[in-house]
Design a protein. Structure first.
Length: 369
């Protein structure tokens, strides 16, 4: 016998009532609180007004695999617009919900090279390519892609707990304990650099090729453009950023034997010396100046101001100090540039008397003298 229309309607009402009763009678999860560590799958309850009546509903977070990537810690499920963006409405609730035991943190396979955990990740630290860091006993390796390693200390790339961390870090596995400290270093694989050059000083200005000593090790300032960092704070030899500016050459003992006064065998003879460089002068492309090196009794060399646009540096940097930015070393000089003789107008005719003196307040026409 086919069910009548009244029978079907009654059945629908019965099922709807049962479903509504089941939803209404489900227990309420803990109330949502702003800033809590909610992520995908988290369940909360919140009170809101529906048809002029206050009801309590359960909600499930549907955004963000970790709290750092989720909107749920900030989006209030009692506000319709925010609930639609981050929460699933599970219906009304009563009482307290029975929740299962919290799941443990995700586990990772053991780091294959593990004999302890590397140092903890540090916000703002300058990480080198391939450098390791630990977060919650999980080991990550900073990217070896050029310049990407600059992101590794940025909190927006915090390993395992940020939206873009995978761009800068590679997860290697879990670890336990700490890496045992190594014994005092023995420089068996570092070259013997001989005598020690002058000790590094924060007050000195360094250029490409300059060598300094620090803690028994010899460092050399890198070639341009990296040499621009050699005199900068936080780029000192053996600092966290030293590899950006300095090359470790080896260890040293004693002092370097003094060299004789330089003989400019590789520089051309520039003849007489142009005017000495002066910070009060303004220099343009092609201007030449002289500089005495190695003290007042040293030889004199000639620098030429570079072509545009680098000539702008000639008025910012003295030759010899960051000189490659604006000045080009031309050679050595001696004495002064010989003055030219007075002009002799051997090819000019005599005009028999002088016309009126030129005046910028007068108006002149063709053939005026």
């Amino acid at each position: 016998m086919m069910p009548t229309h009244k029978t079907t309607a009654a059945l629908f009402i019965l099922l709807t009532a049962a479903a509504t009763d089941a939803t209404t009678n489900s227990g309420c999860y803990p109330a949502w609180t702003s800033g809590s560590a909610y992520s995908l799958g988290a369940k909360v309850s919140s009170s809101l007004v529906v048809n002029n009546a206050t009801v309590t509903k359960n909600f499930e977070c549907n955004h963000g695999e970790t709290a750092a990537l989720s909107h749920c810690p900030q989006y209030d499920p009692s506000i319709t617009e925010q609930a639609n963006a981050a929460w699933i409405d599970l219906g009304e609730c009563n009482g307290v919900a029975i929740t299962s035991s919290p799941t443990s943190a995700p586990t990772h396979s053991a780091w294959s090279s593990s004999n302890g955990c590397p140092d903890e990740w540090i916000d703002g630290h300058s990480y080198n390519s391939g450098e390791l860091a630990t977060i919650n006993n999980v080991v990550y390796r900073c990217s070896a892609v050029p310049f990407v390693n600059a992101w590794c200390g940025n909190p927006s790339y915090k390993p395992g707990d940020s939206r873009y961390w995978g761009e800068a870090w590679t997860l290697l596995g879990s670890c336990t304990g700490t890496i045992a400290p190594s014994s005092s270093p023995v420089f068996v694989s570092i070259a013997d650099a001989g005598g020690c050059p002058p000790v590094f000083s924060e007050d000195d200005v360094y250029e490409a090729g300059d060598k300094v000593e620090l803690n028994g090790l010899v460092y050399q300032c890198k070639a341009w453009p990296y040499s621009a960092w050699c005199s900068r704070k936080d780029y000192e030899p053996d600092s966290v950023n030293s590899k950006d500016a300095w090359v470790l050459l080896g260890y040293c003992r004693g002092t370097m034997a003094p060299t004789s006064s330089p003989v400019f065998v590789d520089l051309i003879d520039a003849g007489g010396c142009p005017n000495p460089y002066s910070e009060d002068e303004t220099y343009n492309e092609g201007d030449e100046v002289s500089i005495i090196v190695n003290g007042d009794d040293g030889p004199t060399v000639v620098y030429e101001c570079a072509a545009s646009p680098n000539d702008a540096y000639c008025n910012s940097y003295k030759p010899g100090d960051w000189s490659k930015l604006g000045w080009t070393l031309k050679g050595y000089c001696d004495g002064t540039i010989a003055p030219t003789s007075s002009p002799v107008f051997v090819s000019l005719s005599d005009h028999n008397g002088c016309p009126e003196t030129y005046s910028d307040s007068s108006a002149y026409e063709a053939e005026d003298k």
